[in-house]
Design a binder for this molecule. Structure first.
Ligand code: 1GP
Length: 232
């Protein structure tokens, strides 16, 4: 098993080595095409994320097992809810939706996850998850019934990220939502990066190389891309 993914993300951040996670949604992923998929993703991919907003029981485990079979990249769970947690992965983003005010996604799902996590050796990485307006209604917004933060409200986003850090979150994830019309604005990324000391992940609506580079330039330690690799 790959050890200490959180530590390796911190090292990369300190050394300014940019990370790229490709997100696989078990709900739409065809496990029989795993090999083809792995050939289609960028050579500089550093992590595979697995998760989605509506995934049936057992699908995550099957997808993780299939990816593990053909790839040695670290596999990190990015679950929409606690039912997607499996010890077949290497680590778990233990997300708390700190932009929202729905207790179920701030602490409810996390408490439900504990009985599994106590049995597992999965690395748990506490992550403050901040939903930002990406121009269309995201699955996160729909499922969590929380509103995204407006991109223009930079101070509120920075304060939310800092509150996450003060609460002890180990990373901050700025999320525009899967399939967002537009990604998190570089000015938002820059302001958050300047404020927090913990690693910064950015995803949602990043389709083009320039958008990825802009996110890195603004201070993202890791960019997460999903939709644009879904159909190879
Ligand atoms: C979604 O941030 C990720 O949770 C990735 O978004 O699917 O738009 O690349 P995309």
């Amino acid at each position: 098993m790959i050890k200490n993914i959180h530590q390796s993300i911190i090292s990369a951040s300190t050394e300014k080595r940019k990370l790229l996670a490709i997100l696989v949604d078990p709900d739409v992923f065809d496990n029989s095409k795993t090999k083809v998929f792995l050939k289609s993703i960028p050579l500089n991919t550093t992590h595979l994320f697995v998760g989605g907003s509506s995934v049936e029981n057992g699908e995550t485990e099957a997808t993780v097992a299939s990816l593990k079979k053909y790839s040695s990249l670290p596999i990190v769970l990015f679950p929409g809810n606690e039912s997607q947690i499996t010890d077949k992965a290497d680590a778990l983003l233990f997300l708390s939706l700190i932009s929202g005010r729905n207790p179920e996604y701030l602490i409810g799902q996390q408490v439900k996850a504990v009985s599994k996590l106590r049995e597992f050796t999965l690395e748990v990485i506490s992550t403050g998850y901040i939903l930002i307006d990406g121009g269309n209604k995201s699955a996160v917004e729909r499922v969590s019934k929380t509103l995204p933060m407006p991109q223009g409200d930079i101070q509120a986003i920075v304060n939310t990220a800092l509150a996450g850090e003060y609460l002890g979150k180990k990373m901050i994830y700025l999320e525009a939502g899967s399939g967002a019309e537009f990604p998190v604005n570089p000015s938002v990324i820059k302001a958050v990066k300047n404020a927090v000391k913990i690693p910064l992940l950015v995803g949602g609506g990043i389709k083009y190389e320039e958008q990825k580079q802009e996110a890195y330039k603004a201070g993202a330690d890791m960019v997460v891309m999903g939709t644009c690799f879904e159909n190879n």
